[in-house]
Write a new protein. Structure first.
Length: 421
């Protein structure tokens, strides 16, 4: 198995995957506990701490197309070498920050670095991998992220790092080392550049082309509803379990289901990947949306300790299908000249992540933790609304494929029977 993988993937791909594993492990050692540190150690209000956390996804969404355009116009090996070094310095500065404006600025820069680096790294994985192996490589990337998600909090707990920002120093050093490693592995990678490096960045023209790609736009619209539902795990679900009087120790149960989430995905990922390998990719992301929406229905059943475990099982399968197919589907929809822009614009689905916790918390505040039916019923219905957009995108994509096939068939008929022959 290891030999087969090494033949399918080159050293540059393995460098990206290994860097993803180590940096995400350090990321999950530090970032989930930033809010606790800001409120308990820096004595910021909940509102100001929320602003610090919210600036990251807002910057990410705002600059997603810009980062994608850079990936299409600048040499990729330079982006993935320079940005991690800058990113690492930003993380180290978190340890020395001491006021709300500085934390706000640093987390905004964190989101900007993410917006530039992510589409470039995904485009490298695409360009360095044969088309038949891209589904595998994007799933290996997803597995590395989940291993980091599983190991990071455990390491933080083991070394008792919840109330210190020292993990940010470790995180920053790993990102700097990651940048240095890409300089080494990509030192002969001058060919891995954008399709037209001499052209100026013309993001508005490229965005104009994307505005006409209704399949892609409908897919993004539908997936934003999926991410709306996905975002409830770290917001509404945790607040409900901690606040409901129907469960004796909801906070402990929430910690258990978080660990179960990563464990289920890691255990099932490649079995599910084999199972869905022949599915239409639109059907995969459609199923993911419906599974996430359906998972919230478990909260309207009679409350028991088993209920959160049933929820996280169905929720994790829905999340797994997103991770297994979404990036690959974006790669398939994009042409070679604008993959970076498509990967960048795919981050727009995080609009759902930005507004999901706000709406979910608002519903919980309106109805209360002891009235889960209207709260999770509405969340489930809103999430499922994305299925309509994804289904429409699938229909348009199939229609586009049939039209292309008809055009090719007509062209062949003309070649075989030219006029006047």
């Amino acid at each position: 198995m290891r030999i087969q993988l090494s033949r399918k993937l080159n050293s540059r791909v393995w460098n990206i995957l290994a860097g993803t594993l180590f940096t995400r492990t350090a990321l999950f050692m530090s970032v989930p506990y930033l809010a606790i540190f800001l409120t308990h150690e820096k004595h910021l209000s909940l509102f100001l701490a929320g602003c610090v956390l919210s600036i990251n996804p807002l910057v990410n969404v705002a600059f997603s197309s810009f980062g994608g355009a850079l990936a299409d116009r600048l040499p990729l090996h330079r982006i993935i070498a320079v940005v991690p070094v800058v990113w690492g310095i930003v993380f180290i500065l978190f340890y020395y920050a001491d006021s709300f404006p500085v934390f706000l600025l640093l987390n905004g820069l964190n989101g900007l670095c993410y917006s530039i680096f992510e589409p470039a790294s995904k485009k490298v994985l695409s360009s360095e991998t044969l088309p038949e192996n891209r589904l595998l490589v994007f799933n290996l990337r997803y597995a590395a992220i989940n291993l980091g998600c599983f190991a990071g909090p455990l390491l933080s707990l083991l070394f008792n790092m919840k109330l210190t920002l020292f993990p940010y120093v470790i995180l920053g050093m790993l990102y700097i080392l990651y940048g240095a490693s890409t300089i080494f592995f990509f030192r002969h990678a001058g060919r891995i550049t954008s399709a037209a490096p001499s052209r100026s960045i013309r993001s508005f023209k490229e965005l104009g082309a994307i505005r006409k790609d209704y399949v892609f736009l409908l897919l993004l619209a539908g997936m934003s509803f999926s991410f709306f539902g996905y975002s409830q795990l770290n917001g509404t679900v945790s607040q409900y379990l901690a606040g409901t009087s129907a469960l004796a120790d909801g906070t402990r149960i929430y910690s258990i289901i978080l660990s179960a989430n990563a464990a289920i995905i890691l255990a099932a990922q490649f079995a599910v990947l084999r199972w869905i390998s022949r599915w239409n990719p639109f059907n995969v992301v459609l199923a993911s949306n419906l599974l996430i929406a359906a998972s919230f229905l478990f909260f309207v059943l009679p409350v028991s300790p088993v209920m959160p475990l049933l929820f996280i099982t169905v929720f994790s399968l829905g999340e797994l299908l997103i991770g297994a197919r979404f990036d690959t589907l974006v790669d398939e929809l994009a042409s070679d000249n604008n993959k970076g822009l498509y990967f960048g614009c795919s981050e727009l689905v995080k609009i759902g992540t930005t507004f999901g916790p706000v709406l979910g918390s608002g519903l919980l505040g309106l109805y209360g933790a002891d009235s889960p039916l209207p709260v999770f019923g509405l969340i489930g219905c809103i999430t499922a609304a994305g299925a309509g957009f994804i289904g429409t995108a699938r229909s348009k994509h199939l229609r586009r494929g049939r039209q292309a096939a008809d055009c090719n068939g007509n062209d062949k008929d003309k070649e075989a029977h030219p006029e006047g022959a």
